[in-house]
Structures are given as structure tokens and as C-alpha cells.
Design a protein around this ligand. Structure first.
Ligand SMILES: Cc1ncc(COP(=O)(O)O)c(C=O)c1O
Length: 457
């Protein structure tokens, strides 16, 4: 048919052409936002920690696909495995898939506690959907508790336990029977557990999109015990913290906590494929799905397909053979230590938080300053995208890709692939110091960014 575009054409497109089609047919607001932040680039090649734009400029990827690239871009071992399974059927939902079985076997050995059964889906949000449904089916109860500031995805169920009003409001009413509690607050948790028939609490071991919030020592273990005391299940969302990110294969290991259900996604796909999973104990599985009648209560056409599960197997192999969790532990401690020093010198860094290579830098809010200066666009940018402005400077002046966290735009995250080197971390530290030195306040940075946009229209 005339006018249809082929892959051969797409690989020759420049940024302008891509932006036109994206604006016309995908999401014009997103194109505008990237333009406003000077984030509109077209990357055409990637390897390990590096990405390259059309002009051959090399960038350090310190965003790491929001945690989906722990083994780096285009890892050659995964490519080998993809060639190995070339002739296999890729989608056969009515048959049992050996790669899915092997992946579940390996995950049962590697995940914390007694997690032994796995369901494979295609994203983080889907993993969360499955976990929430399983908790209700296994307990026969309805209540679901979640933490303020937590992020679990944007499908209806996952959004219903995600703690940011901006994302929830246009879609109400959400799934009924949910209760929010402050993250880290055991008393509030016990209050809700006592007063309601609760199926489960869902929490992240460290809130990623909430702005990289590390809970008080012992919180996860005690929250889990409280859940059990009141007959509820404990769901740990390791979608962003899993697979070595925090310096352990799973962040649960820091607290010695054994969840009833665990949610996985992001780096399980090795940066190649979408895959998500929830795992649970035998007791939880049997209560929810035991027996012929209940075996197909929760299913997915693409879930557990050959490509996704074989890639995930290869990814686990890379994580272990390259000792990436240990690497994240060592380099993360170094990175955090140097960032604390920067924060001591530059008060516009309000706080540095994190564990392993999941690190957040919170900047002082510039809202009051912009209130005085006035100007709606400026105020909007300062309130919503302050972290984005810092990320924009790092991207354009220093060729370093970072981004702000979804539930807290004043925080930029440092989440590089775990194959990162100390020299690359030093390069980022030097760039950050240069940026802080030359922009004596974030107000100045925001002003210059917005006024240059207004000049360019
Ligand atoms: C902790 C956590 N849970 C769930 C999700 C949702 O994953 P997805 O975007 O694959 O649906 C995310 C995504 O950022 C996440 O960080």
C-alpha cells in the first residue's frame, strides 16, 4: 500500500522526521516536553554503558533504562542465546515451554526466602497485577495496603496501589479496597491491618520513582511480621531494585526479609525484551491456583514466551558470571561517598540517598524563587521538571544521560548499567561538580533554560 513506511526507511530517519511522525501519531505532548528540556535526541547505536547519537557523539547512559539495563546495552551473551533459539517456536501458549520452566527453576534458587512458583507476564505493571490478584485469591480477603509515594505501574490495579495523585486523579474510581500508609510507618500499617480484612501489603524495598527513599532499618522485616500477625501477605516489589541494582541480587537480602510474593521485571529482560514475573511460595500458589479448576485463572498470551524467557536465562547467567551485584555494591559505595562530599560543598543539593547503584540527588526546591519572579512557564518548569533541567545540562553539555524520578521531579537518579567503571563514575562526578560550580543556583539554571526556549520559540 502506498505511503506505508518500511524498516529500511526508518533506519535512515533523522530526528526531525522521527519527531514529526511521533508528534502526529504517538504523543505530541511528550515530543514537546522533550524539546522543552533539550532532551530531543535520536540515539542510533548502543553498547554497554554507551549510547551514540546520529552525529556519532558518545554519551554515558546513567539512566540505565529506569533500571532495565543492569547488564548494559546489547550484551553479546544475550545475542548468542537469541541465535541459539533461532528455529524454536516463539509463541505456543498451549504447550509447556522448557525455557520458562528453567527460568522459574533458576529464579526459585536466586530469589529470597521460599519463593518457588513463578508466573511470567510482559511488564512490571503486569507483574503487580498478578501479585495483587494472587493475594486476593489466596487469602479470600479484599484489602490492599500500599505506601504513599510508592510506584507500582500505571495499569488499573497497579495504579490503584501507586501513591501519586497526579497519575491517579484522571482515572478514578480505581480498584476499591485499597488503603495508603506513610512509607516506613509501622504504627500506621498496624492500624490499617487491625481495622480491615487485608489481603496484602505491597511495598518497594527502596522507593525508586518516589525519589530513591531508603526506609528505616528493619522496616521491611517488621512490616512483613505485622502482615503475618494479621493474616495478610507481604508483597515485595523488586521490579526496580532487583537483579543486583542495590548491591545484592535482591534488595530483600539487606533486610533478611522473606516475602510471600515478589514482583520482578525491568532487568529480567536483559535490555532486549519485555518480561515481568511474580513469584510466590507454594502455599500461596496452591491456595490461589491449586487444582485443575483454578490452573488457568490467571494467564497471558505472550507471557513466558520462548524469546523472553531464554533472554532472561542468559541475563541471569551474565549477572552472576560478571558478579554485577558485587560490582554495584563496591562502586555504589564509592559513588555515594563522593556525592555526599559534593552535597557538603553545594547546598543546592538538599540530599543524596541510595544503596548500591540506585542513587537519587534531591535538589533544593526553587519554587519560592520562581514565585517572586513570576511567569507561569517558569513556575511550571521549576515545580515539575527541576530535576529535568539538571538532567538536561548533564545531557547537552556533558553527554551524560540521567532523568528525574516520576513521583518526585526534584530528584535526579543515577542508575547506570552495573557494568559501569570507576572512571566513568568519576567522569559523571566531575561533570556534576562543573555544573554546580558554573550555575551558582538552580534558579539561574532554570531561568537560562526557559529563556533560551522562549527565544527559540
Ligand atoms: C518499583 C516499580 N514497580 C513497577 C513498575 C512498573 O513497571 P512497568 O513500567 O514495566 O509497567 C516500575 C516502573 O518504573 C517500578 O519502578
Amino acid at each position: 500500500m502506498e505511503g506505508l513506511i518500511t524498516v529500511a526507511e526508518v533506519v535512515t530517519w533523522d530526528l526531525e522526521r522521527t519527531a514529526k511522525e511521533y508528534r502526529d501519531h504517538v504523543n505530541p505532548g511528550f515530543v514537546k516536553m522533550l524539546g522543552l528540556l533539550d532532551f530531543d535526541k535520536q540515539f542510533v547505536r548502543a553498547q554497554g554503558v554507551f549510547i551514540y547519537d546520529q552525529n556519532g557523539r558518545e554519551y554515558l547512559d546513567f539512566l540505565g533504562g529506569y533500571g532495565a539495563l543492569n547488564i548494559g546495552h546489547n550484551h553479546p551473551r544475550v545475542l548468542e542465546v537469541l541465535q541459539q533459539i533461532e528455529a524454536r517456536p516463539k509463541i505456543l501458549p498451549a504447550a509447556i515451554n522448557p525455557f520458562a520452566a528453567a527460568l522459574a527453576h533458576n529464579l526459585s534458587l536466586l530469589t529470597p526466602g521460599n519463593i518457588n512458583r513463578f508466573f511470567f507476564g510482559n511488564s512490571g505493571a503486569e507483574a503487580v497485577e498478578g501479585a495483587l490478584k494472587t493475594a486476593r485469591a489466596a487469602t479470600g480477603r479484599q484489602g490492599l495496603i500500599y505506601a504513599d509515594g510508592g510506584f507500582h505501574g500505571k495499569t488499573f490495579g497497579a495504579l490503584s496501589v501507586t501513591g501519586r495523585e497526579k497519575y491517579r486523579k484522571p482515572f478514578v474510581p480505581l480498584v476499591p479496597g485499597t488503603f495508603s500508609v506513610p512509607y516506613g510507618d509501622l504504627e500506621a500499617l498496624e492500624g490499617v491491618l487491625k481495622a480491615n480484612e487485608v489481603a496484602a501489603l505491597i511495598v518497594e524495598p527502596i522507593q525508586g520513582e518516589g525519589g530513591v527513599i531508603v526506609p528505616p532499618e528493619g522496616y521491611l522485616r517488621e512490616a512483613c511480621e505485622l502482615c503475618h500477625r494479621y493474616g495478610a501477605l507481604f508483597i515485595l516489589d523488586e521490579i526496580q531494585t532487583g537483579f543486583g541494582r542495590t548491591g545484592r541480587l535482591f534488595a530483600a537480602e539487606w533486610d533478611g526479609v522473606s516475602p510471600d510474593i515478589i514482583c520482578l521485571a525491568k532487568s529480567l529482560g536483559g535490555g532486549y525484551v519485555p518480561i515481568g514475573a511474580f513469584g510466590c511460595t507454594d502455599q500461596v500458589w496452591d491456595a490461589a491456583y491449586g487444582g485443575l479448576d483454578k490452573a488457568l485463572l490467571h494467564t497471558s498470551t505472550f507471557g513466558g514466551n520462548t524469546t523472553a524467557t531464554a533472554v532472561a536465562l542468559a541475563t541471569l547467567e551474565v549477572l552472576l558470571t560478571e558478579k554485577l551485584a558485587e560490582r554495584a555494591d563496591e562502586l555504589g559505595s564509592y559513588f555515594l561517598g563522593e556525592l555526599y562530599k559534593l552535597a557538603d560543598v553545594y547546598p543546592i543539593i538538599q540530599e543524596v540517598r541510595g544503596r548500591g547503584l540506585l542513587i537519587g540527588l534531591e535538589f533544593t526546591s526553587a519554587t519560592s524563587l520562581f514565585g517572586r519572579i513570576g511567569g507561569n512557564l517558569l513556575r511550571k518548569v521549576s515545580e515539575e521538571y527541576l530535576g529535568g533541567l539538571v538532567a538536561s545540562e548533564l545531557l547537552n553539555k556533558h553527554a551524560i544521560l540521567t532523568a528525574y524520578t516520576l513521583n518526585n521531579p526534584n530528584v535526579i537518579r543515577m542508575e547506570p548499567p552495573l557494568v559501569v567503571t570507576k572512571a566513568q563514575i568519576d567522569q559523571v562526578l566531575n561533570s556534576l561538580e562543573h555544573l554546580l560550580k558554573t550555575n551558582s543556583g538552580l534558579g539561574k539554571l532554570a531561568l537560562s533554560a526557559v529563556s533560551s526556549k522562549l527565544r527559540r520559540g
